[in-house]
Design a protein around this ligand. Structure first.
Ligand code: NAP
Length: 330
């Protein structure tokens, strides 16, 4: 089968597009014929040698996929051949990745693709959708009428946070780096969007939520806690999920005096049961049109290296040339 893989970590050009043996499903695995996969920033960190855990060699890049079950292992029970599925959490914790024509996935990490939902949509909502759901509901316990700020409303995670918060009746303020991105944030359901390069964010947040923000979702890798804590409400929650190397200063007094809390997590440590709960809502919202994939670019599998370069230029180097997800099609 064709696959995008690395023999050694390195720059995007280390990705090889070539032939690898098609896996055979064992145990509770399903063999999925991949029709769409999506790029996430973590794909580029792992390919670049982040060394969070040992990678299989060769290592097929990618965490997200959507496609059709071709065959199942002897203990697989959740799906049958012909079922449309999507999933995430592959390519992580030593597992093989998804950027290939076929992928063997333990069926606990797969979810049914609803009839009216396209595979590219399901793949593009996978890792980022699960992340947004875990942060907003498992950790943030968001409820109707609360105010949410998320930085980067057209970003992979940000666009999911905007739409999910809106879907449960929360009010959302977010940011975009251009006027076009600001307009897209409003289309996705934000009540207010700020061009952070030309407008005063602090002023906008205060006007939007005079008593402070109930849930502040930081997506960037260099959090400014003076800004974050300064804009929070009494008992406001901070969701933190990026910036492994960040060591910022922290305003301890203002934080605890307001009774605030800080919640950090990585999506790949969630249990299969937790992810299935997320997938249940994601499927419902995708079917109802309340959750759209914010796809910015589509590449053929053979151009995975270019797709990685584009993601890296934006997430690490703030190029601003991406306004959503990158989808890759075998
Ligand atoms: N912990 C987890 O489980 C988990 C899961 C998923 C992702 N992550 C991490 O979360 C981060 C975001 O992931 P993603 O997939 O959403 O990335 P992404 O699609 O590249 O989005 C990044 C967003 O950040 C915005 N941004 C960047 N610098 C900014 C700044 N200085 N001020 C305001 N906005 C800024 C960008 O907005 P503009 O384009 O408008 O500038 C863009 O919308 C990455 O570091 C990723 O590794 C963690």
């Amino acid at each position: 089968m064709k696959a995008a893989y690395i023999e050694q970590p390195g720059p995007a050009t280390a990705i090889i597009y070539g032939d690898l043996p098609c896996p055979t499903p064992t145990g509770s695995e399903a063999l999925v014929r991949v029709t769409a996969a999506a790029v996430n920033p973590i794909d580029t960190y792992l390919r670049g040698g982040a060394n969070y855990w040992e990678l299989p060699r060769p290592y097929i890049v990618g965490c997200d996929l959507a496609g059709v079950v071709e065959a199942i292992g002897p203990q697989a029970s959740r799906f049958k051949p012909g079922d449309r599925v999507w999933g995430t959490n592959q390519g992580l914790l030593g597992r093989q990745g998804t950027f290939a024509e076929y992928c063997a996935v333990d069926d606990c990490w797969l979810f049914p693709t609803p009839d009216r939902v396209e595979d590219q949509t399901a793949a593009a909502c996978a890792l980022v959708g699960v992340t947004a759901h875990l942060g907003l509901f498992r950790d943030g316990r968001l409820s109707v009428g609360q105010s949410v700020f998320v930085r980067g409303g057209t970003g992979g995670v940000g666009s999911m946070v905007v739409q999910m918060a809106r879907a449960v009746g929360a009010r959302v303020i977010t940011t975009g780096g251009t006027n076009e991105k600001v307009a897209r944030c409003l289309e996705l359901g934000a009540e207010f969007a700020v061009n952070y390069k030309t407008q005063d964010l602090r002023k906008a947040i205060t006007a939007f939520a005079p008593n402070g923000i109930n849930l502040f979702w930081e997506t960037t890798r260099e959090p400014d806690f003076d800004e974050i804590v300064g804009t929070l409400s009494e008992r406001g929650k901070i969701i933190l999920m990026a910036g492994r190397d960040a060591r910022p200063t922290f305003p301890v007094g203002p934080f605890y005096v307001k009774g605030c809390s800080l919640h950090g997590f990585v999506m790949f440590r969630a249990t299969p049961h937790e992810m299935q709960k997320c997938a249940h809502d994601i499927n419902r919202w995708m079917s109802e049109g309340k959750l759209q994939a914010n796809i910015s670019r589509v590449f053929p599998l053979s151009e995975t290296a270019a797709a990685h370069q584009l993601q890296e230029d934006n997430t690490l180097h703030h190029a601003g040339t991406l306004a959503g997800k990158i989808v890759v099609v075998p």
